[in-house]
Each structure stands twice: as structure tokens, then as C-alpha cells.
Design a protein around this ligand. Structure first.
Ligand code: GSH
Length: 208
């Protein structure tokens, strides 16, 4: 299996983290996102959405981290939801794609990776408000729970946690979210867990 990814991509990390902690063999294909590779015709021919991650498994090519996780869980049988929990897992993966990772990723990008001369403080402040609202939702859900859904990790955990392992600031005062911190520690304890920068290539970014 090949995973098209790069270190700064929390969306790719959702899949890389799953592959790593489940011990599923995979091959990394580095995508030079910051040089515009996802906008190239060759990349678009593979993924018309122009996004990372993409998983290629034989003649199966998939994009969208939630879909890829669903495929891998079906294929490996690892971290499948308990009976009756699948729809609740999907509900959180969809929430994450809209209200969680999408906001965290964009805010982190604008505040850290965009050249300083292009950063807009008002836009960043607006997005930080969105991040804080999402984090409050997540923290409240995790109160009294070890995992997002049920008694073991599922795609909901792999999806929702990914951007929260990165250290670049994007508006999160970690001390405000003790349930999130406890849950992230549970994920760090999974077998062979690795930080995204130790799992995928491209960090640190070359100085421009
Ligand atoms: N919902 C998608 C989001 C994927 C996504 O936005 N990936 C970013 C990298 S983290 C990307 O490739 N963006 C390219 C672009 O928006 O042009 C998923 O979960 O896979």
C-alpha cells in the first residue's frame, strides 16, 4: 500500500497514524505540497480533488481520509466499531472534517506556514474562534470517556486527534481542554505511536 502524504498534513497523519499503530505495512510517497505538487496535472489525474492523502492499494485508489480509514478498517479488521456504533463513528468523522480538522489545519497554515507578509490577523483571529468552539465541543464530549465512541479507538479517534499532535500554535491553550489532553495521551500509548513529524517526510520545511 502506498500513502501519498507529507509531514505537515494532519489529514495524511490520520491515515499514517492508523497504518503505523496497527502494524500495517505501507510505503510512503512524499508529496511536495509546499511546492504546489497537488496542483500539478499529474497529481490531479490521480486525485481530481487535488488533496493529500491518497491511498493506492493495487488497483484501488482512494482519497478523503475518512474514506481511507473506512477502507483500511474493513481490510484489516483493526479498530472496527463495536456493533451498533458505526453511525456514531461516522457522525464524528464528518464533524471532524468540517468543524475540527478543517479549521485547525487552515488556522495553523495561515498562522505558521503562509509567508508573514501574506498573513491577515483578522482572518486568523476569526478562525481561532472557530477552533476554540470546536475544541470546546470535543473536550465536553470526552469528559468521562477514554475514546470518542465506545470502549476502544475507532476512526473517530484517528480523525479527530490528528492536528492536535502538532506543536505549532493555532489558538489552542491546552490547559483549557483537560479531557482532550487525557485522550491524546491515550492515543500516544497505542503500540509504536509516533508523532507526525517522525512518521512522514518534509519536516522541517526548507528555509525559503
Ligand atoms: N477532507 C479531506 C481534506 C484533505 C485536505 O484538505 N488535504 C490538504 C492537505 S492537509 C490538501 O491537500 N489541500 C490541498 C488544497 O486544498 O489545495 C481529507 O480528510 O482527506
Amino acid at each position: 500500500m502506498k500513502l501519498y502524504c507529507f509531514a505537515q498534513s494532519g489529514n495524511a497523519y490520520k491515515v499514517a497514524n492508523y497504518l503505523n499503530v496497527t502494524g500495517t505495512p505501507w510505503e510512503e510517497v512524499f508529496v511536495d505540497f509546499f511546492k504546489g505538487e497537488t496542483r500539478s496535472p499529474a497529481y490531479r489525474a490521480m486525485n481530481e480533488m487535488g488533496e493529500v492523502p491518497v491511498l493506492v492499494d493495487g488497483d484501488v485508489t482512494l482519497s478523503q481520509s475518512g474514506v481511507i480509514l473506512d477502507y483500511l478498517i474493513e481490510k484489516t479488521g483493526k479498530y472496527a466499531p463495536a456493533e451498533g456504533d458505526a453511525r456514531e463513528v461516522l457522525r464524528w468523522v464528518l464533524w471532524d472534517n468540517h468543524k475540527g480538522s478543517s479549521q485547525f489545519g487552515m488556522t495553523r497554515f495561515l498562522a505558521n506556514f503562509l509567508p508573514e507578509k501574506h498573513r491577515n490577523a483578522d482572518v486568523i483571529a476569526f478562525l481561532q474562534g472557530r477552533c476554540q468552539a470546536a475544541l470546546a465541543t470535543l473536550d465536553a464530549h470526552l469528559e468521562g470517556r477514554d475514546w470518542m465512541v465506545g470502549e476502544a479507538p475507532t476512526a473517530a479517534d484517528f480523525s479527530c486527534c490528528s492536528y492536535l499532535f502538532y506543536d505549532e500554535p493555532f489558538g489552542m491553550d491546552r490547559s483549557q481542554y483537560p479531557h482532550i489532553e487525557r485522550w491524546l495521551e491515550n492515543i500516544r500509548q497505542l503500540p509504536n505511536w509516533k508523532h507526525p513529524y517522525d512518521l512522514m517526510q518534509g519536516h522541517p520545511l526548507p528555509q525559503s
